[in-house]
Design a protein around this ligand. Structure first.
Ligand SMILES: Nc1ncnc2c1ncn2[C@@H]1O[C@H](COP(=O)(O)OP(=O)(O)OP(=O)(O)O)[C@@H](O)[C@H]1O
Ligand SMILES: [Mg+2]
Length: 492
């Protein structure tokens, strides 16, 4: 219990309230005591003077010693709460009404007496002749001496009843009442404080349970705290931050898991896609070796051609994989140079005239009037256009059209490859840039395609700070393209 925040807060509050109660008690005790002493002294202020008058202690300007003795005797028996002392001008005790055995001093200090007679504020404490160091409230009046200088009649107010707190407390209804009120309010304060701490720490406990559950579920299930958000108090902020952190953690974990699945898929794909041409290559070479003497030279050439074809295909697949891996690892940095975009497009157009004819495809090139300079890695850009054009050829039936186009806008130039081919189904569109994705119809698949072309093209375009986009209509045609900023113009 004491280990919890609630326990610690409760203990601190209880200690604080106890300290307040104690100091309040002590202060009120000393104040009350002082007040009672003051009341007692001011009530008895004229006691000494009245004694002198009432008891007729001074007759004819002289102290009547006989009357004094009689008064001493009387007060010793009937009123032991006061003690009367006769002092000379220096404060030396000449006579007194107390038992001789209890009086310990033979003189008392004069300063309090003078202050009293000068009318200083009460209470004033003077020496108590019964003790060496105690001080008591008193009443005093000057009296003429029997001989020499005048002296004082010094009356000590014993007031024993106010010396202990219990006595004061028992006597004062007001003090009792205020004590009860104090105890009551401290207790109420304690209860309210405990309730408040409970409410405050409850939210913390709730948060702790959530975080603990989250961790217990291996960071998969998190019930959001969903408080007032960062606008709330510190606990609410903590809740909001935890919500965010859990959210982020879950996305990260999901991302990692997805990566892991991808990696596994990749290994599967690679081993499968490499095994097929490798097995074919192996088969042809083995046949050549085993049946070399029985095969006609024409057959031997045929077998060798097939083996070569498969080894070339293998080389291309490995090359593509390697290139993608390097692109992923950011190991390829584009070597940018400024060149006229139309030149690159024309070079490529040249390259694909023959293959277009072989595919019986009309290959068209459209260029803008002005010469536009772009800044890019020519080799990489050519790789992108190669991939897009080969895809277009591959998916366009004979007599179709494939167009390679350069379009200029105010700041950018667009490279676009349009075909009138089979198009891409809308449900396939989001996936075509995924590596190893080869479309839903594999009927035409000759085993030559890994599904890496678009993934590579996309990474290269991104490396140039642009995006590869696609628009397609099923059975109508497809257009791929990307934009590059224009670095310079020259009209031609
Ligand atoms: N011009 C296009 N017309 C219709 N479908 C296309 C076109 N270009 C790409 N696709 C679809 O997108 C898929 C992915 O293309 P991508 O170039 O990445 O792989 P691939 O051409 O199958 O293999 P690779 O390029 O590695 O030889 C293709 O299999 C095809 O289904
Ligand atoms: Mg391709």
């Amino acid at each position: 219990m004491l280990k919890t925040l609630y326990g610690k807060l409760a203990l601190a509050l209880a200690a604080l309230l106890a300290a307040i109660g104690l100091s309040y008690g002590l202060i009120s005790h000393s104040l009350t005591q002082r007040y009672l002493q003051e009341a007692q002294q001011s009530f008895n202020r004229d006691l000494a003077r009245n004694l002198v008058v009432d008891q007729g202690l001074v007759t004819g300007g002289q102290l009547d010693l006989k009357a004094l003795k009689a008064t001493f005797m009387r007060y010793m028996t009937i009123n032991p709460s006061i003690e009367i002392y006769l002092l000379d001008a220096q404060g030396t005790i000449l006579a007194y009404s107390a038992e001789p055995s209890v009086v310990k001093r033979n003189r008392v200090a004069l300063e309090p007496i003078r202050a009293f007679l000068a009318g200083a504020a009460l209470p004033i404490f003077g020496d108590d002749p019964r003790s060496h160091d105690a001080r008591k409230s008193f009443s005093v009046t000057p009296v003429p001496a029997t001989e020499g200088a005048d002296g004082y009649l010094y009356v000590v107010l014993r007031g024993q009843m106010y010396e202990s707190f219990e006595r004061i407390y028992q006597d004062s209804l007001l003090l009792q009442l205020s004590g009860w009120v104090l105890a009551g309010s401290l207790l109420t304060g304690l209860l309210i404080g405990l309730l408040l701490f409970h409410v405050l720490t409850r939210r913390l406990r709730r948060l702790a349970i959530r975080v603990n559950d989250f961790q217990g579920s291996d960071f998969t299930v998190y019930t959001p705290y969903q408080g007032q958000g960062v606008q709330g108090d510190e606990i609410e902020q903590l809740g909001a931050y935890f919500d965010r952190m859990a959210q982020r953690l879950r996305t990260l974990i999901a991302h990692l898991e997805e990566r892991d699945t991808l990696r596994r898929e990749l290994v599967n794909h690679v081993s499968h896609d490499l095994r097929t041409p490798l097995a074919a290559l192996h088969g042809y070479l083995e046949t050549l070796q085993l049946k070399a003497d029985r095969l006609s030279p024409a057959d031997q050439v045929l077998y060798l051609d097939a083996a070569l074809r498969h080894s070339r295909r293998l080389g291309r697949l490995v090359g593509d994989l390697f290139e993608l891996a390097k692109l992923d690892a950011h190991a390829i940095q584009p070597r940018r140079e400024c060149f006229p975009a139309a030149e690159l497009v024309q070079d490529i157009a040249q390259k694909y005239q023959l293959p277009a004819r072989e595919h019986r495809i009309r290959f068209m090139v459209r260029l803008p009037a002005a010469t536009l300079f772009v800044e890019a890695d020519i080799g990489l850009l050519e790789r992108v256009l190669d991939n897009l054009i080969l895809n277009a050829f591959y998916h366009t039936p004979p007599e179709g059209i494939v167009a390679l186009e350069l379009r200029s806008a105010s700041q950018t130039v667009t490279f676009a490859i349009t075909d009138t081919g089979q198009g891409i189904a809308p449900e396939d569109l989001p996936r075509i840039f995924d590596r190893f994705y080869r479309g839903s119809s594999k009927a035409k698949d000759d085993g030559n395609h890994l599904g890496l072309g678009l993934a590579i093209a996309k990474r290269i375009v991104e490396l140039h700070g642009s995006t590869l986009w696609v628009a397609s209509k099923l059975h109508r045609g497809t257009q791929f393209g990307f934009d590059l900023p224009i670095r310079a113009y020259s009209a031609s």
